[in-house]
Structure formats: C-alpha cells, structure tokens
Design a protein. Structure first.
Lengths: 270, 268
C-alpha cells in the first residue's frame, strides 16, 4: 500500500503545471520507477501542463530524451529543461566564451565553436571526471585569477553509481572558488532562476506549479523557494529523515505515481 | 609604535618558496639578493629558522635543491609539516591514506599505512586527479569518524611563470563533499610556528616571519604573536596589500631589503 502524507493539508486544485525531476523520480538508469509511465499518461489526459527539469550534466538533451523514450516514456524533447539548457541560455545572454570542463557527451548542447585560449573569458563546469585533472583545473584557476566568470551547472557533492558514491562537480567548484576568491554562478537546481526559466514558455505563475522530485534540497525546497509547490518522493536518492528539511507546505508521496494520483484527485474536486 | 624592524628582534623565520627561491621546472632559481641576505642574517647572530609548507619533495631533496643554488641549509633548521603530521598520526594511532606526490611518500616510510583510518593530503601536483581525489573521498565517506589532515591550506603558489593551485583547493573539495572540517598541519597554524619558536628558545614578540603569502605566512605569524612581513616576490600580488583581513607589519620588495632593514634597525 502506497501513501501520500498530506503534511500541510494542501490541495492541488488550482495547479496548472507539474514539474517533474527525472533520475530517481521516474527512472533509474535504464529502468522505469514502477507506475511512472502510467502516471505520466494520466497527466497527459488531464489539462495539466508538464515540464521535466533535471540537473544532468552528463548527457545532452537529445541523448537523455533517447534514453527516456527507450524506457517507454512519452516525452517530447522540448518538454525537458536541463541545467545544461539553463547554462546555454546564460552563456548566450552574456555572450561568454567559456573554457568547458564538461563531459564530451554534454557538449553537443553547446554548439559553440571552439574559442582560442586567449579569448576565453569564463569557466563552465559540470560533472566531468576526465577534465578534473591538475592541468585543466590550473587552466581554469588562472582564467579566474584574470577575471573570468565561473559558471557551475550545479554543485552536487556526490552522486551514486552502481559502484558506489563518486565526487560530483560541487567539490571542484568549491576548490576553484576557494583559490580564486570568486563565487560561482550556479545555474541548475535549486536556483530560483532555474525553476523560473523552466516555465518561461508556458506562461503560468509559479504558485500554480508543483514540483515532484527525490532530492529534498535541490528539487523540493528549491522549487518552493521559487514560489512553487513541492512534493518529495521516497524513491531514488531519498533517505529516511529527508522530509525534515521540507519547508511548510511541502508534502511527501511514496512515489511519482502516488503524487500524481493526489494531484489529479484534487483537480477533480470543484 | 615604531616601525617593525626597529623594535627588538632576536629571531627571524623565513618562508622558502617565493622568498629564497622560485620553484619551477628544472629545480628553480634563487631570488636575486636572497643568497647574500641569508648569509648576512647568519653572521648577524640572530636566530634563524626556515618554515615552509613545501611537501612536493622530501626534506632531503628540498635541502639539496636549495644548497645547489647556493644556500647552505641543514635539516635541523628546516620546519615542514610532514614531521609534524607524522608525530600527530603516531600519537593518535591513525593510519593514513596519503594523497601526496610520489616523492613525498618516502618521508612517510615509518608510518603504518595498512587499513587506513584517516586521509592526509598535501600539495600532490599531478597526483590531484579525479581518480585519486575520489579515492580519498570514498575512504572518508566509509569512516564513522572521518579525519582529514591538510598539510597547509594555501590557495595557490607560483611555479615557473604560472600560478598553480595549492593544497587548500583540494582540502576545500574534500571538506565540501564530505561535510567535514580538515585539521590543518603547517602554516598558518599557531602550533606549527610555536614548534619553531620553541626550538629557538624565543618568545613570539621578539621574532619576525618573512613570507610571500599574506594569509599563510603573514597572517599566521601575527596570529602566533610575531610580526609578519610580506615580500613582493614569489606569489605576491599588489592586491595583497589591501587584503580584507590581514595587514602586514611591513611590506618589502624582497628578502634582501627586509634583512637590510632588520640589521639597520637593530644596530641603531
């Protein structure tokens, strides 16, 4: 039996859009989290709009979309808003030429012609184990010392793979911050700007959105700080006690499917 | 209060890299005037010790390097973090996983490293790879009481013509990812300076530390009760003179100028 804990007696009657985290919320690697494909179908049959928001820095939107489609999800590429999308937007807006410490599989998101070293004016950092070597880190550091801007796709401390915990990009961002004395501009979750950018093209107020995710800080608290509603799911990286970090108004559902049922149930009440 | 060099000075502590010589590929070069300055200090009768966070080479190699460019240092005058951390490890029954340069490993040869229960990081240069940092992270995450020692916490230093990241950056990376605070051994820790003071048998207020690192050398010395003087050589950058938390007791162009000021100040 799966439960929805309505900690704050919330009703989702006025919700117009659902924002959904991907990894750990609807899938893990190449597997569906049970009930997620069907729950997504139910949202499609309702009047709710949908956006998928993710902090991935490992693969481009196209590769991520291909993976989700293969699992069996009915998702359109333009519905996915990633931290890479947000970084790309920032780079375009500020006309930056970054040194890119990002995974090669993510690079196609940045169809920026390679900049010659003397024109680099910023450092973009994502999860890129191959790039976090002494030479590249020093190159990034020296650019920052000369006034380049530091942009972090996100600042996750670590992530989980089949062989255990591994360092995320966050530690390398804080290393560069410490030595250069500059502060990174973080573009991914849990930044308010990330959540607001994700709904820019659907013209809905943040208060009419609900974010569903397995990371209490990055997904739920982040979205709620941006003025949205938030539901934490007990799948993926969720650990007992994570709900203690929730803000007033935040709720907990056992899974994405349970959260969707609750929202749709509230929607049907007049 | 009179100028830093006019008050009584009985002992002088010198930083090495960036003050005596600039490190770099091929062994490095003496900073102009420093050879003569050290000779003058030695013949002046003032106590002299060398305090360095240098850990990329063994103590023996460091002394050989310095002596090959014309200095004459002995092991007894040299204070570096490795002997200090080895002492702590033995006292606390800790067995380290080491993230240091390959050469530095031999200075730890007497320390038990089986079944490690703490991590020691020093400036590891090219050994600061994702893989090696990840191994240190995974070990810390696996311990009930994770302990991380960082030999110094410098932000950067000058190698050849370039500034490069120092151990402090990687200390921060591990602190951030493991949600812990490292124990720093070396400058700017008070206990590290105190070891050198004790060896000279002098009190802090009659000693001066001269270095190129505004935080590690100057701030650390001041915190230990000494005067801290900054040289405009090595990693020095003009903005160091307007540092947000540390104000040097004196700023000099180089070691040579500092020594001339000290000797003139003490004779008058």
């Amino acid at each position: 039996m799966l439960f929805f804990r309505n900690l704050s007696r919330m009703t989702y009657r006025n919700i117009k859009a659902v924002l959904v985290d991907l990894s750990g919320t609807i899938h893990i690697d190449d597997n569906e989290i049970p009930g997620s494909i069907n729950a997504l179908k139910k949202i499609r049959q309702s009047n709710l709009q949908i956006k998928f928001v993710t902090n991935t820095t490992k693969e481009s939107k196209r590769l991520l979309h291909a993976r989700l489609t293969k699992i069996g999800f009915d998702i359109k590429q333009e519905e996915i808003f990633t931290s890479l999308t947000a970084a790309r937007k920032l780079i375009d807006e500020q006309k930056l030429s970054p040194l890119m410490l990002i995974d090669d599989r993510a690079k196609e998101e940045f169809l920026i012609s390679d900049t010659s070293s003397d024109k680099l004016n910023s450092v973009l950092i994502g999860l890129a184990p191959d790039k976090f070597n002494y030479t590249q880190m020093n190159k990034a550091f020296r650019l920052l010392q000369n006034g380049a801007k530091l942009i972090a796709i996100h600042k996750a401390r670590y992530y989980k793979t089949n062989d255990g915990l591994n360092l995320g990009p966050g530690p390398f961002v804080s290393a560069l911050e410490y030595s250069s004395g500059c502060k990174a501009e973080v573009v991914g979750k849990p930044q308010t700007s990330f959540f607001i950018s994700a709904i820019e093209d659907i013209d809905i107020d943040p208060s009419e959105c609900v974010m569903i995710g397995d990371d209490v800080r990055d997904d739920v608290v982040g979205a709620m700080t941006a003025g949205m509603n938030g539901i934490l799911v007990k799948t993926g990286k969720y650990r007992k006690g994570d709900e203690d970090y929730l803000l007033t108004g935040g709720n907990v559902g056992d899974s994405f499917a349970v959260a969707v049922d609750k929202i749709l149930q509230d929607q049907s009440q007049t | 209060m009179s100028a830093w060099h006019k008050r009584k000075i009985s002992g002088v502590l010198l930083d090495i890299t960036g003050v005596l010589y600039d490190s770099g590929p091929g062994g490095g070069t003496a900073i102009p005037g420093s050879l003569e300055a050290v000779k003058k200090l030695k013949s002046s009768g003032l106590s002299l010790r060398f305090c360095s966070n240098e850990t990329t080479v063994t103590r023996k190699t460091l002394i050989e390097k310095l002596n090959s460019v014309g200095f004459s240092l002995s092991e007894a005058e040299l204070f570096t973090p490795v002997p200090a951390v080895c002492k702590i490890l033995k006292e606390r029954n800790l067995r380290p996983h080491l993230l240091v340069t390959n050469e530095c490993l031999s200075d730890f040869s007497t320390v038990d490293q089986n079944n490690p229960n703490c991590v020691v990081i020093a400036d590891a240069e090219t050994n600061f790879s994702y893989h090696n940092l990840n191994k240190a992270f995974q070990l810390l995450k696996s311990l009930d009481n994770p302990v991380l020692f960082s030999l110094g916490k410098g932000k950067y230093y000058k190698s050849g013509n370039d500034l490069v990241l120092d151990v402090g950056a990687y200390m921060k990376a591990l602190e951030y990812s493991c949600d812990l605070q490292a124990e720093v051994v070396g400058k700017p820790e008070k206990s590290f300076f105190n070891t050198a003071l004790k060896d000279m048998g002098l009190s802090a207020d009659e000693c001066v530390m001269i270095g190129d690192d505004i935080v590690g050398d100057v701030g650390g010395a001041q915190n230990a009760g000494m005067r801290g003087v900054q040289v405009r050589t090595g990693k020095y950058r003009p903005e160091d003179e307007n540092h947000s938390t540390v104000k040097a007791d004196g700023v000099v162009d180089n070691l040579s100028q500092a020594v001339d000021l000290i000797l003139a100040g003490q004779s008058s």
